[in-house]
Ligand binder design. Structure first.
Ligand code: NAD
Length: 374
C-alpha cells in the first residue's frame, strides 16, 4: 500500500474502516485502528493450550498485539474455558480439551497453537498439533532432551508447519543492543560470560519439582536462560561443557530434580562461560559479558523486566515493552511473512539448548568434560 493511501485511511474514522475489515477473515486487528495504530496486514489467530500462570500472562499480553489475536483455548478444566471465553471473547467452538484437540484440524479459524503446559507434555502435544496442520509455538524448554526435540522438529517439518519456541529474550531491545554492539565489534573479542539464574522455589508439590512432569529441576526451568543466554551473548556455539551439582535439601529435590548446578562452557574462539542454575537462592538474574575492549552487565537480565544494564558505552536505555507482546507480534511476522529474527527462535535453536542440557546432566553424572556437537 502506498504511503498516501495509508495516510488517507488513517484519517478516516475507525468505525468507517472497521466495517469492511471485519468481514475479512484473518485480517486486521480492528481495536488497533481505534487506538491509532493502523495495521492492515495478516493476523495470526492463536489458541493457547494450558491456561495456567504463564498461559494467562501470554493471553493478557496478546491483547496489546497488532499481528496476533487470541481466538481459542485448550484446557482440561471446563471452568477455565468458560472464564477465558468471557474474559478474552473466545467462541465456544474454538475451545477444546486434551482429549479432543486433534479436531482443531477441521477448524479454519485457528492458525497456530501456543503450548504452555508442563515440560514433559510438550513433545506429544507438539506432534499432535503438527498433525492437525497448525503452526506450533511451544514454551521452553522445548522438550525434556534432544531426542524428543528432534522428533518434534521432524513432525513439524513433515506436516509443513512452523515450530517456534517461546524465547522472549530474543526480541528484548536491551539484549538486542548488546548483541548489535558485539556483532559490530564495539566490544572487541568476547572473552567471558557469566550467567546467574535462579530463585527460591516454594510449594514442594508443584509440577516443577516432579521429575516426570518437569524432566529435571532448576536447569530445565530457569538454568536454561543461562544456557541460551551464553549462546546469544557470546555469539558462538559451545564445544564442551563441565558441570557440578549441589543438593542441600534431598527431600524437596528428589532424585533427578536438580536444586543447584554450576556449569562451564567452552567456545571455539577460546571464550568461556561460567553459569549457575538454582532453585535455592533468591533473585539471581544476572548476565555479565567481558570482552577485550568492553563489557555488558545486565541485572535483571531475563526476568519479565524492565531489564536493566550497562555496557562500556553507558547505560542501556532502550524502551521496555511487555516481552510477550513483542514476542507474539514478532512470531506472527515470522510465521505469516517469513521474517528472519536477529536471534532465531525455531526448533533447531531450541534443540541446541537441549543438547547442551543433555551434556550438562551427563557431565554432572560422570564428573568429566563432555564434548558438544551442536
Ligand atoms: P502452571 O502450572 O501455572 O500452568 C500449567 C498449566 O498446564 C495449568 O493450567 C495446568 O492445569 C495445565 N496442565 C495440563 N496438563 C497438566 C498435567 N498433566 N499436570 C499439571 N498441569 C497440567 O505452569 P506455568 O508457569 O504456566 O508453566 C507452563 C510452561 O510455560 C512451562 O513449560 C514453563 O517452563 C513455561 N514458562 C515459560 C516462561 C517464560 O518466561 N517463557 C515463564 C513461565 C513458564
Amino acid at each position: 500500500m502506498t504511503n498516501s493511501r495509508r495516510n488517507f485511511l488513517q484519517k478516516l474514522t475507525a468505525s468507517f474502516i472497521a466495517l469492511p475489515l471485519l468481514s475479512t477473515k484473518s485480517y486486521a486487528n480492528i481495536e488497533k485502528d481505534i487506538t491509532g495504530i493502523f495495521y492492515d496486514g495478516p493476523v495470526l489467530r492463536v489458541a493457547i493450550m494450558g491456561l495456567g500462570s504463564y498461559g494467562t500472562r501470554v493471553a493478557d499480553a496478546i491483547q496489546a498485539c497488532t499481528k496476533v489475536k487470541l481466538v481459542g483455548a485448550i484446557s482440561g478444566t471446563p471452568s477455565k474455558l468458560t472464564a477465558w471465553q468471557s474474559k478474552y471473547t473466545i467462541p465456544e467452538k474454538n475451545c477444546y480439551n486434551y482429549e479432543n484437540f486433534d479436531a482443531i484440524k477441521d477448524n479454519p479459524d485457528i492458525d497456530a497453537v501456543y503450548i504452555i503446559t508442563p515440560n514433559a507434555l510438550h513433545k506429544e502435544q507438539t506432534i499432535r498439533v503438527a498433525k492437525a496442520g497448525k503452526h506450533v509455538i511451544c514454551e521452553k524448554p522445548m522438550a525434556l532432551n534432544a531426542k524428543e526435540g528432534e522428533a518434534m522438529i521432524a513432525a513439524c517439518k513433515k506436516a509443513n508447519v512452523k515450530l517456534l519456541v517461546g524465547y522472549r529474550m530474543h526480541f528484548e531491545p536491551k539484549t538486542l543492543e548488546v548483541i548489535r554492539m558485539r556483532n559490530a565489534g564495539e566490544m572487541g573479542k568476547v572473552l567471558f560470560f557469566q550467567g546467574l539464574c535462579g530463585f527460591r522455589i516454594g510449594d514442594p508439590t508443584q509440577w516443577r519439582l516432579n521429575k516426570d512432569l518437569a524432566g529435571g529441576g532448576s536447569m530445565m526451568d530457569i538454568g536454561i536462560y543461562a544456557v541460551n543466554g551464553s549462546r546469544y551473548m557470546v555469539g558462538e556455539e559451545p564445544v564442551w561443557v563441565t558441570a557440578q551439582e549441589t543438593k542441600t535439601d534431598p527431600v524437596k529435590f528428589k532424585e533427578g530434580v536438580d536444586e543447584t548446578i554450576q556449569f562451564q562452557l567452552g567456545f571455539p574462539s577460546g571464550a568461556v562461560a561460567s553459569c549457575l542454575s538454582t532453585y535455592m537462592m533468591n533473585g539471581l538474574d544476572r548476565f555479565y559479558l567481558n570482552a577485550e575492549k568492553g563489557f555488558a552487565e545486565m541485572q535483571p537480565s531475563t526476568g519479565y523486566g524492565p531489564i536493566k544494564g550497562k555496557t562500556n558505552k553507558g547505560e542501556l536505555t532502550q524502551e521496555h515493552k511487555t516481552h510477550q507482546t513483542v514476542q507474539m507480534d514478532e512470531m506472527a511476522a515470522i510465521i505469516l511473512e517469513g521474517k528472519q529474527p536477529i536471534v532465531p527462535v525455531d526448533g533447531e535453536e531450541a534443540l541446541k539448548d537441549l543438547k547442551i542440557i543433555d551434556g550438562i546432566y551427563a557431565a554432572v553424572k560422570s564428573g568429566r568434560k563432555v564434548s558438544l556437537k551442536l
